[in-house]
Structure formats: C-alpha cells, structure tokens
Design a protein around this ligand. Structure first.
Ligand code: EPU
Length: 443
C-alpha cells in the first residue's frame, strides 16, 4: 500500500469539528462500503490460499488498523485508491507461514481485531491474541468466541492477558452461541471462519442474524466454502481443506445510511440517502413512522423529509432485525427535538450512554434510569464544547450540533474517523457548515 495512503488513513493529529448550527439540510448523500461488514471479511482473507481482491472498502482508521495487523501477521497487503475517494480496492495475499500473535498494542486500538483468532487458528494451528478488555460502550466479553472455538477442538488458555489457542486439527461440531444479551456478531463470525477450514460440518445455533454475517457468508462461499442459513439463527458450514481466492465487493454501510436518515429527520429539508440497502433498515422505518417523519423507500435509496413537529417514541435496541444499538445515540439526538418524553432502552450494551452527559451539555434534558434513557424533548439546544467518547456517540454529537444554536466544538473526533467516511464533507454538501480544525486544547 502506498505510504501516503496508510498514513492519511491512520492520521493521529488531534483535530476537532466546529459546527455552526441551524442550517436546514437538503440534497443527496452517497453511502460508503460497510465498516462492520468489511472488518471480518478482511480477517477472513487469512484463510485463503490464493490472493483476494476486496472492493468498495471504506477508507477509515479501523480499516487502516486492520490492514496494519494483517501486514504485521505476514500477509501482503496492497491498496489502490485515494483516501478521499469513497472506496478502496485492497489486494491481500497470505502465502507461507504467518505470525500467530496479535499483540495488545494492536488489539486495544480496535476490538474487532479479535476476529483474527479464528482464521489464524484454522490456518496456523495456533493463535495468540491479546484479550480486548472493555471499552467506552461497556463490558465486552469474548467468552462466546472461545466457547465456539473450543467446540471445534481448540485448546484455549488465558495467559498474561493473552488468549493462547492451539489445535492440531479443528473438527466440525454443533455449538450454541447466544449469551445473556443475545447472539454475538463477531463471535459468530470468528467461529464461521474457523469452521471454514475444519474437518466436516459445523452448525452454529443461536447465531447472529446481522447483515454483516450474511456478507461474511457470501465471502466464504466465494472462497469455496459451502455455507447455509446465514441471516438465520442456524448457520451450517462445510469445512474445506483449501480455500481459493476471490474478487468481492463490500456491501453498503447500513449504520452510516441510518445515521443520515436520522439526520434528515432531525435537520431536513429533504435528504436522499443513495446507495443503501433499505431491506436492512426496517426497524428504523418503523421508528420514523411512529415519529411522524415522511420517508420514501426505493430499491437502493431512501428519501426522508424533516417536519416541524416530531412525536416522541419508546424504542428498545435489539439484535437484528431489531433497532440497532449502533443507531441508539443518533436516535437520542433526534428525540431531543421531539415534543414530549421519549424513551430508549439499551438491551445490547446496557452501559452505552456516554453521550447522555455530552448531549445535556448542549441543553438536552436526558436522564438515565438503569439501561433506559428518558428524553424530555423539545427544548432548545445551544452550542458548546463537547467530547466524543465512542464512534456512534460522536455521530450523535455532530447531529445535535447541527440543530444547536451557535457553535459546537466536538473534541476527540478520532472516534468519528474510525467509522464515518468524510462525514463533515458529506454533511457540508447537504448545506451544513462544519470545519475540521487543529484542536489547540490537544485532547
Ligand atoms: N457478548 C458476550 N459474550 C461474548 C461476546 C458478546 O456476552 O463472547 C455480549 C456483548 O457484551 C453484548 C452482546 O453480547 O452485550 C452483543 O455483542 P456482539 O458480540 O454482538 O458485539 P460485537 O460483535 O463485538 C458488533 C459491532 C458493534 C455492534 C455490535 C452489536 C463490529 C466490528 N462491531 O460488535 O459495532 O454494536 O456488533 O450489533 O462489527 C460500532 O460499529 O460502533 C460497534 C460498536
């Protein structure tokens, strides 16, 4: 990969966004390739015997981190395309022996790095991956990942903060992968990847149904692995001794699309969200209907029209096809504008509420009661300095800044750059006034 591309994707300069609120947004926004769809697929390339070409990969810092991990594991990684363009084309080849260790320094930066565990174990017979630990959205255990890999015959120990996994051979088995908060997306992905090179058939019961799992299944099929049932709670994988290469295009990002649809409800005008898959967003359309937000659903676009009065709603986040936890913070920003009391109950990550205090700094009236946020909407927001705490919290602060009076400065926007391609540019094209500037405060 050209060095300039790498360093710009991993830009670590401290920056902030300065948003001048109160503009009504109109126009078209193009959706980039899916971040959460791309990450497991990039790691699944470890499994292939021949080179893979991945298209429409979003130029984001999480993708940069993943490519760095793959390079350090010994894969050859080449990227074509500019960071400012919408999608990169990445070529990955994994010839010969690979490194089997993903160190703490890499994994702490991006929890999805845990996804190298399954493919490394399947290809190398061993893997040593740092335990990810918690993050700003709460406790994030990996017990279900380990349970699934043990079912395939892996010997797994935790030593000095590392997962040490070994298996002379992996053998297909039936395993149940749901936990107290429902199925696990990356856990399902990890076990699917390991099962692709196991002897015989693996059946995952209680599998995650998220579109990202269907995307991974399509990629594994392209590598020559028979996979059935992806998108349901039972996924069946017939392991293969050798996996071929593939040429694969990443699907659009449903969470980015949902974020702009909610932005339309909050600050439209009329926004056309182009190049998305509306079939993945049904729970969001249900919420729009209940809030009284007019929207038109096309084959690969959604048009959403802002209205002066929004009705408050009572929403719980749930695994797919329920309302996504990754749109919870953005919906909360919208509910600050609804007339009356809205409720959001977080059932996937009960502690994912770091944005509440920051939205309140902007004048929102939100109270947290256990895993529920009570939003007393309809009060004026006014610009202030706020701190991004995680990716989706950052998006909700940007959205709130769009309707706040005066200037909002969002610090620590490296969180935003992990998951949104050129967000301020896309919003400015719709009529927003957002500048990215050096953050003098250095936080
Ligand atoms: N869980 C366990 N044990 C496990 C794994 C998960 O109890 O071994 C629990 C979690 O603590 C959580 C629930 O199960 O309560 C669901 O977690 P899941 O494993 O599905 O989350 P993930 O796969 O680690 C992905 C996305 C997240 C998204 C969640 C839920 C990626 C890279 N990450 O995480 O995305 O919130 O699924 O849909 O795909 C984001 O993009 O901002 C983001 C955090």
């Amino acid at each position: 990969m050209p060095a300039a591309t790498i360093s710009r994707m991993g830009n670590t300069q401290v920056q902030q966004l300065e948003i001048h609120g109160g503009k009504v947004l109109n126009g078209t926004v193009e959706i980039s390739g899916s971040k959460n769809g791309s990450l497991p697929i990039l790691f699944a390339s470890i499994l292939a015997e021949e080179p893979v070409t991945l298209r429409n990969v979003p130029p984001l810092s999480d993708i940069h981190t993943t490519l760095k991990i793959l390079s350090e594991l010994g894969l050859s990684v080449e990227s074509q395309g500019e960071v400012d363009a919408d999608g990169l084309t990445i070529r990955i080849a994994a010839a010969g022996e690979l490194e089997a260790t993903a160190p703490y320094d890499m994994v702490r930066r991006m929890r999805a790095s845990i996804c190298c565990l399954g493919p490394l174990l399947a290809r190398q017979g061993r893997a040593r991956v740092s335990l990810p630990g918690g993050c700003a959205i709460g406790d994030r255990p990996v017990d279900l990942h380990l349970k699934g890999l043990r079912a395939l015959g892996a010997d797994i120990r935790i030593e000095h903060g590392y997962i040490e996994a070994r298996a002379d051979r992996l053998v297909g088995a039936t395993t149940y992968l749901s936990g107290p908060f429902g199925p696990t997306v990356l856990g399902t992905a990890n076990v699917m990847m390991a099962a692709s090179r196991a002897e015989g058939v693996t059946t995952i019961e209680g599998a995650a149904c998220e579109p990202e799992i269907r995307g991974l299944a399509r990629f594994l099929q392209a590598l020559g692995v028979p996979v059935e049932g992806a998108g349901t709670h039972q996924v069946r994988i017939e392991g293969q001794p050798n996996l071929r290469g593939a040429d694969f295009t990443m699907p659009p990002d449903r969470i980015e699309a949902g974020t702009y649809i909610l932005t339309g409800a909050l600050a439209g005008g009329e926004i056309r969200v182009e190049g998305c898959d509306p079939s993945e967003l049904r729970s969001l359309f249900d919420v729009l209907e209940r809030m009284g937000v007019p929207h038109e659903i096309g084959e690969d676009y959604v048009i959403v029209t802002g209205v002066p009065r929004l009705k408050p709603v009572d929403v719980a986040t749930l695994p797919f096809p329920g309302f996504p936890t990754d749109l919870q913070a953005q919906l909360m920003a919208v509910l600050t504008r609804a007339q009356g009391i809205g409720l959001i109950t977080e059932k996937v990550y009960p502690d994912r509420f770091m944005h509440v205090a920051e939205l309140n700094r902007l004048g929102a009236r939100i109270r947290k009661e256990g895993p529920t946020a009570i939003i007393d909407g309809g009060h004026r927001l006014s610009g202030a300095d706020v701190m991004a705490s995680d990716l989706r919290a950052s998006a909700s602060l940007v959205m709130a800044g769009l309707i706040a009076e005066g200037t909002t400065r969002i610090h620590r926007i490296y969180h935003l750059d992990r998951g949104y391609v050129n967000m301020e540019k896309k919003l400015n094209r719709l009529g927003a006034k957002i500048e990215r500037i050096h953050d003098e405060s250095g936080v």
